[in-house]
Design a protein around this ligand. Structure first.
Ligand code: ATP
Ligand code: MG
Length: 388
């Protein structure tokens, strides 16, 4: 594909992975007049349920990949652990964004950190631990720290906090000696993230900096409005996110997560090669959502700088909320939530509520930050989410 070729509405767009991110991508693509195909083995996957076509095979199944190649004009991914080899294979017959090579870096914390170093964007002090010798050589300066598996972690899974060398050894045993990264535990004042979208021509746009609150390693609240973070860090985060994307020669939507330390220093945490939970507010508070950006990137449509029209707070709706009043799942009082001004409910069509499972999110929009926060706090109270 040339940098000037455009895939117009009417074509079929494919996505690897059938989770909620795929579902919201499908919704965005369909509203722009595209047909969609989802590759996911699960018959009840959130995206498979709403797509024109659902290819129900594994990500590396030759028949499934061939079916996608035959039906789609371009392919993207919503699932960060999709085998990079599958993306590379599809890339021989159609545009694939992001590229397998970029996804491969995001899949491996060690490669990811090496990329940050290469781009001159500071990250937490760390050591790669793949052998007992590397474990023994870890400097005391990295303790207390967090031992993270290099691959396959999400929502805080595959992470163990360690205070001492003995705890570090025990933690690596517990993780069965898989390749890991030990990161120094940093004193966090805030967490934030930036979503950028980069096209084939190198054009790049960004969503505003998102202020994020995590609870138990899972995103709980995102707040986006003027003044959500100190101005100095806002500019720095956007510049850093763009250079991380440019350094990868990235095409697609990329989320870069950061820590703001107590001293005000900005440190990059990790990247996600796809739309991100912290960007969901863009569906209701921006004139272009992160999912529309994903469509525009993969089809080579123009990228225009998105404009925020409302202050916003997003609350994640985890399965725990279904178990507030009893051990059998009971949906929260949506009618009370939807009585609040500026409440936008997004549910992912998952029938089985489980604790820590992402069931949906609630975007609150308002004319001012104060109003958005007040309404979001009221919604949190109704839902049984602790105040923030
Ligand atoms: P996800 O992919 O869902 O964002 P993850 O499982 O990849 O999450 P991380 O982003 O590495 O996990 O860490 C989860 C959370 O743990 C962070 O958002 C932060 O709150 C905390 N955390 C991680 N690393 C550090 C660190 N070095 N110092 C202090 N806190 C940390
Ligand atoms: Mg994270």
């Amino acid at each position: 594909m040339n940098t000037t070729d455009v895939i117009l509405p009417g074509a079929t767009l494919g996505v690897l992975g059938g989770g909620q991110l795929g579902r919201m991508f499908v919704h965005a693509a369909q509203s722009m007049g595209y047909f969609t195909a989802v590759l996911d083995p699960d018959a009840t996957s959130p995206a498979g349920l709403v797509s024109h076509r659902h290819v129900r095979t594994g990500y590396e199944d030759p028949q499934g990949l061939a079916e996608l190649a035959q039906t789609c004009a371009a392919v993207t991914t919503e699932f960060e652990n999709v085998p990079a080899a599958a993306l590379n294979q599809l890339a021989s017959s159609m545009p694939v964004s992001p590229a397998g090579s970029a996804v491969a870096i995001a899949q491996d914390r060690a490669a990811e950190k090496a990329h940050f170093v290469k781009c001159g964007v500071p990250c937490a002090p760390y050591a790669v631990i793949e052998t007992p010798a590397q474990l023994a050589a870890v400097s005391d300066g990295l303790l207390p720290g967090i031992l993270k598996t290099a691959r396959m972690g999400y929502d805080g899974k595959g992470q163990i906090r360690v205070k001492t060398r003995a705890e570090l050894v025990a933690a690596w045993d517990e993780l069965q000696h898989v390749a890991c990264v030990l990161e120094k535990m940093l004193p966090l004042a805030h967490e934030c993230s930036v979503i950028v979208a980069r096209g084939r021509s190198g054009a790049i746009v960004n969503l505003p900096v998102q202020r994020n609150l995590h609870r138990d390693g899972i995103l709980a609240v995102t707040e986006v409005y003027e003044g959500n973070l100190p101005a100095a860090q806002v500019e720095q985060a956007i510049t850093a996110a763009k250079s991380v994307a440019e350094g990868l020669n990235y095409v697609g939507v990329l989320c870069v997560e950061f820590f703001v330390l107590e001293g005000g220093q900005l440190v990059v945490n990790e990247i996600a090669p796809r739309p991100h939970n912290s960007g969901h507010y863009s569906q209701n508070a921006m004139d272009v959502s992160q999912f529309e950006l994903q469509v525009r990137c993969m089809t080579n449509l123009p990228l225009v700088q998105p404009r925020q029209h409302s202050a916003t707070v997003m609350l994640n709706l985890l399965g725990d909320l279904w178990f507030q009043h009893s051990d059998t799942a009971q949906a929260p009082a949506w009618d009370q939530i939807l009585a609040l001004p500026g409440a936008h409910l997004h549910l992912y069509g998952k029938t089985d509520a489980k604790r820590a499972r992402k069931m949906g999110h609630l975007n609150i929009t308002a004319a001012t930050a104060q109003q958005a926060r007040a309404t979001a706090l009221r919604a949190a109270e109704i839902l049984g989410i602790p105040a923030f």
